[in-house]
Design a protein around this ligand. Structure first.
Ligand code: GDP
Ligand code: MG
Length: 441
């Protein structure tokens, strides 16, 4: 998506005459890209109308930075869609709140309930989980397993088939036990059907939640708006959590969910594990949606986790965009140590996703160690050069012999180097923004 949008804007900035037609062509191109990213048709159309109102053709013609003007307008419009204008109910520590989760079967409710509980538990809260799903076989076992793993108290029953009763009893029990966050997991169905909505209404009446969170799978595409609206019409949805953002979905459905429920997205799920859960933040999300990279988040992260005295050196190297084998070596060290700098590099788009894909950590580490052994056989000249031509065959042979590896391993390592150098060079000229400043435009 990001690619097609930047291409559309690029074409427009190259056009000699910026007239209404050029702008329209550009906006049509962007529309197509947003639709492919699952942003709802109506939202895209309204956005197009708004942008035409905002973008002044005379400004564009006068040679102002067209790319920036249009990109900024799109960025602002998408941010506006994601901001429903009011925040959701926020639970208060030490004061009992009830939060109920709703969504279709498979959307990720049970997983997300535990993530949510775990998130607050880490901050010193006393959460508890209630399993009011008596529809799906094994629902209680699943919640029980998750809760036990995270050492969170839970309530449910193998015998009782009435979810309303369980919700009522569970909430009552945990209120007595002074839990400050009582989370009620409910059942889903494969489809939006009357029986589900009726059950949700009844559970909601019994549990009297302070907040109802609608959980939506990010991969449902254009169905997002209707689904979110159907839930909102049945119960008082007050917040949204989008799951499976680690998959292929671009996340355009989040815009639909906000528009349909008039509620903010509060978290996103980024994996099956308990801690793969992030607080939702509009601007970085839109940056990512537009393929602009998440540089503002990245800079904040650097400032947050890298020790002060190491920041200037790191930023300097990044802004020079000059990636040597020695820098690669240092970054590998950091990745293996999983120290703070390693964390930063795992955030660089394209840096660690391919180098250390999730679920293959062991093999990736072995590979990185192999690369480092080979680099140990390099001369300083080789390590400090960013000229790939330096690495002729006789040098590669020497390195392979020195490290006791076949030459194709050396070639593979150099390929990896080239790929990472490309990622690194995108950072060239990186400005170091003040904290909180939006830098990605
Ligand atoms: P429920 O039927 O709504 O309760 O959904 P579950 O919590 O049982 O989740 C359905 C499936 O989606 C499970 O296999 C989860 O592990 C998976 N899942 C949930 N959230 C995420 C996520 O953020 N990322 C990924 N990759 N999988 C998820
Ligand atoms: Mg479930």
């Amino acid at each position: 998506l990001g690619g097609s949008i930047s291409r559309a804007i690029q074409q427009m900035s190259n056009a000699t005459i910026i007239d209404e037609k050029a702008l329209n062509d550009c906006l049509n191109e962007i529309t197509r890209a947003l639709l492919q990213s699952d942003v709802q048709f109506k939202l895209v159309r309204d956005m197009q109308t708004n942008i035409k109102k905002i973008v002044n053709l005379d400004d564009l013609a006068a040679g102002h930075n067209k790319r920036r003007i249009i990109q900024q307008a799109i960025f602002n419009e998408l941010c506006k869609i994601l901001d429903p204008g009011k925040s959701s109910f926020t639970p208060k520590k030490g004061k009992p709140s009830v939060v109920m989760f709703v969504g279709l079967q498979g959307s990720g409710k049970t997983t997300t309930c535990t993530k949510y509980a775990y998130y607050y538990q880490k901050k010193g809260w006393k959460p508890a989980l209630v399993c009011a799903d008596t529809f799906r076989a094994g629902a209680f076992d699943q919640l029980k397993q998750n809760a036990t793993k995270a050492k969170i108290p839970f309530y449910g029953s193998y015998m009782e088939s009435d979810p309303v009763k369980i919700a009522e009893e569970g909430v009552e029990r945990f209120k007595k036990e002074n839990c400050d966050l009582i989370i009620v997991d409910t059942s889903g169905r494969h489809k939006q059907e009357a029986a589900l909505f009726e059950e949700m209404r009844q559970v909601s009446e019994a549990a009297k939640p302070d907040l109802i969170i609608f959980v939506m799978d990010s991969s449902i595409g254009q169905a997002a708006f209707d689904q979110a609206q159907a839930f909102k019409q049945s119960v008082a949805v007050g917040a949204v959590i989008i799951t499976k953002m680690d998959g292929h979905a671009k996340g355009g459905g989040a815009l639909s969910a906000v528009a349909a429920t008039k509620s903010p997205v509060i978290f996103i799920g980024t994996g099956e594990h308990m801690d793969e859960f992030e607080v939702f933040d509009v601007k970085p999300f839109v940056s990512r949606l537009l393929g602009m990279g998440d540089w503002s988040g990245f800079m904040d992260k650097i400032q947050e986790v890298v020790p002060m005295d190491q920041q200037p050196e790191l930023l300097q190297k990044l802004s020079e965009g000059n990636f040597t084998l020695r820098i690669m070596y240092e970054q590998f060290q950091n990745l293996l140590k999983m120290g703070p700098i390693g964390q930063v590099f795992s955030m660089l788009p394209g840096f660690s996703a391919e180098l250390m894909p999730k679920g293959h950590e062991k093999e990736s580490q072995a590979k990185i160690k192999r690369y480092m052994t080979m680099m140990d056989s390099m001369t300083n000249e080789e390590l400090d050069s960013s000229n790939p031509k330096l690495m002729n065959e006789s040098r590669m042979m020497r390195i392979a012999r020195g490290a006791g590896r076949p030459i194709r391993d050396v070639m593979e390592m150099l390929e990896e180097y080239k790929r990472l150098a490309k990622v690194w060079s995108k950072m060239k000229g990186l400005k170091i923004p003040k904290k909180g400043e939006m830098s990605s435009l």
